[in-house]
Design a protein around this ligand. Structure first.
Ligand SMILES: C[S@@+](CC[C@H](N)C(=O)[O-])C[C@H]1O[C@@H](n2cnc3c(N)ncnc32)[C@H](O)[C@@H]1O
Length: 207
C-alpha cells in the first residue's frame, strides 16, 4: 500500500519531539467561534488542540492522519488536555470521511506533498468546504520537477521532499479544484532537502 512507508516513518517519529512543520499555517488560520475545522495530517494533534480552543465549545475540529502512531499520540494528547470538541480520524487525504460543504476551515502543515494524487486531495478539500470556506496550508514545492526515480520511491516520498511538485503545478491544482483569492502568507528561500531543492510556503484560498 502506498501509505505503508508513511505509516512506518511517522509512527516512529510520533515518539520523538522533533518538529515536523514546514510553515505556520496555524498562525494564519484565524478560526472563528463555532466554526468546523479540519487539520490534514494532524500528527501529534498540537494544531487540533489549538484550533479546538479557538473555535470554542460549539465549534468542532477533525484531525485526519494515516499513521497509527501519530493517531494514538494525538488521541492521548486530546485526552490529556480534556479536549471534547475534537476527534482524530484515520483516513487518506484523497478520501476524506467528511460530508460535502460541512467545513469552514481546512489547515494542513507539511503533509499534502506526501499524497500520491494531490489533485484528488485538493478536490476533496474543495468538496468538504462550505461556500465561502477557506484553506490555510503550509507545504513545500520543488524548484524543478523531481525525477521519476525519486517521485515513485515511497521512502523518499515519506521523507517530505520527493512528492513535491513545482510551484506552477501547485497553483494549477488549486485553480483546477476551484479555489480563488489565493494569497501567499509566507514563502522561504529555496533549500536542499533529500536530493531536491524545495521551498516552503503558506497559502490561503477560498471556495
Ligand atoms: C510532516 S508531518 C506533520 C504533522 C503536523 N501537521 C505538524 O505540523 O506537526 C505529516 C503528517 O501527515 C500524515 N500523512 C502523511 N501522508 C498522509 C496521507 N496520505 N494521508 C493522511 N495522513 C498523511 C503523517 O502520518 C504525519 O502525521
Amino acid at each position: 500500500m502506498e501509505t505503508d512507508a508513511i505509516n512506518a516513518r511517522y509512527t516512529q517519529l510520533s515518539e520523538t519531539s522533533c518538529c515536523l512543520s514546514c510553515g505556520g499555517a496555524i498562525n494564519h488560520a484565524k478560526p472563528l467561534l463555532d466554526e468546523v475545522c479540519v487539520d490534514l495530517g494532524s500528527g501529534r494533534g498540537n494544531d487540533v488542540i489549538r484550533l479546538a480552543e479557538q473555535v470554542g465549545e460549539q465549534g468542532f475540529v477533525y484531525g485526519i492522519d494515516i499513521s497509527d502512531g501519530m493517531i494514538a499520540k494525538a488521541k492521548a494528547n486530546l485526552a490529556k488536555f480534556d479536549v471534547e470538541n475534537a476527534e482524530i480520524l484515520k483516513a487518506e487525504l484523497e478520501k476524506l470521511p467528511l460530508l460535502n460543504e460541512s467545513v469552514n476551515l481546512v489547515i494542513s502543515n507539511c503533509t499534502i506533498n506526501h499524497a500520491k494524487d494531490k489533485q484528488a486531495v485538493w478536490n476533496e478539500i474543495n468538496r468538504i468546504l462550505k461556500v465561502g470556506g477557506r484553506f490555510v496550508v503550509s507545504d513545500i514545492y520543488a524548484t524543478t520537477p523531481i525525477a521519476d526515480e525519486y517521485r515513485n520511491d515511497p521512502d523518499a516520498n515519506a521523507e517530505c521532499w520527493a512528492g513535491a511538485v513545482t510551484k506552477d503545478e501547485y497553483l494549477t491544482m488549486l485553480e483546477t479544484a476551484g479555489f480563488k483569492n489565493l494569497m501567499v502568507y509566507e514563502e522561504s528561500a529555496p533549500y536542499e532537502k533529500g536530493k531536491a531543492e524545495v521551498a516552503s510556503w503558506t497559502i490561503e484560498g477560498k471556495k
